[in-house]
Ligand binder design. Structure first.
Ligand code: 13P
Length: 253
């Protein structure tokens, strides 16, 4: 059950860094976790570097920190210039793939249908999909956040999703990179809505992890991570510094 499962603290490094800085960040995480092994008992960890940094990060990543990609191709292989297949991600020993991040939806026109198709490809290869949902500022102002997120869940999460192969990340678009975090009340309300929706939609919906993402920082982590139905965090900016990322995990009590 969600109560006994460890929280997942996942870092989305987005389009940042160099080969050297990415590898250095992986080393720094290892050093930090070696000093504070209790964090590994409290949390599962994952980091999602840019594609071209995956291998270098894999080689430096400490035990207990899984590797993830930020997207995958919609097709298995072939003439798809610029795309990266799930097989390629398996080859560099990825465990997770972020799908449907709002930045992919906004800048690449990614649809819920495409997210579902990509998730199904991930399941074939035993990759865990981190499927992102979340409303925009306008949608929240109009009060239709539950309708928006409910529709995203219904369309982007395949019927074959299980608590093992899928993690949901609720990331209100207006809270990403803005320093504006959703209030604990808003997070509680949305996560309990997502939980109810997943339970109705899927056999294992009651056990599926639901992460919160959007300006998660060391100083708000404890409150967010102790909110009901919050099973971890998807961290952007603060995941680029090992000490901040680990300080967020320290907020898990
Ligand atoms: P920030 O933590 O920088 O707001 O980014 C959140 C995010 O988009 C993680 O996927």
């Amino acid at each position: 059950m969600t109560k006994t499962r460890k929280k997942l603290i996942a870092g989305n490094w987005k389009m940042n860094g160099t080969l050297a800085s990415a590898a250095g960040l992986a080393v720094a995480l290892g050093e930090g976790l070696e000093k504070e092994p209790a964090l590994l008992e409290a949390c599962d960890f994952a980091v999602c570097p840019p594609f071209v940094h995956l291998l270098a990060v894999r080689q430096q990543l400490p035990v207990g920190v899984a590797l993830g990609a930020q997207d995958c191709a919609l097709n298995r292989e072939g003439a798809y210039t610029g795309d990266i297949s799930v097989n390629m991600l398996v080859d560099v020993e990825c465990d997770y793939v972020i799908l449907g991040h709002s930045e992919r939806r906004q800048y690449h026109g990614e649809t819920d249908g495409q997210v579902a198709a990509k998730a199904a490809l991930c399941y074939e290869k035993n990759l865990t999909a981190i499927i992102c949902v979340g409303e925009t500022e306008v949608q929240r102002a109009e009060g239709c956040q539950e309708e928006v997120v409910g529709e995203q869940l219904a369309r982007a999460v395949p019927p074959t999703a299980t608590a093992g192969n899928t993690v949901i990340a609720y990331e209100p678009v207006w809270a990403i990179g803005t320093g504006k975090t959703a209030s604990p009340e808003d997070v509680k309300a949305m996560h309990s809505f997502i939980r109810r929706h997943l339970k109705e939609q899927l056999a294992e919906g009651g056990n599926m992890r639901i992460l919160y993402g959007g300006s998660v920082k060391p100083d708000n982590a404890e409150v967010l991570m102790s909110t009901e139905n919050v099973d971890g965090a998807l961290v952007g900016g603060a995941s680029l510094k090992a000490d901040q990322f680990l300080a967020i995990a320290r907020g898990v009590k």
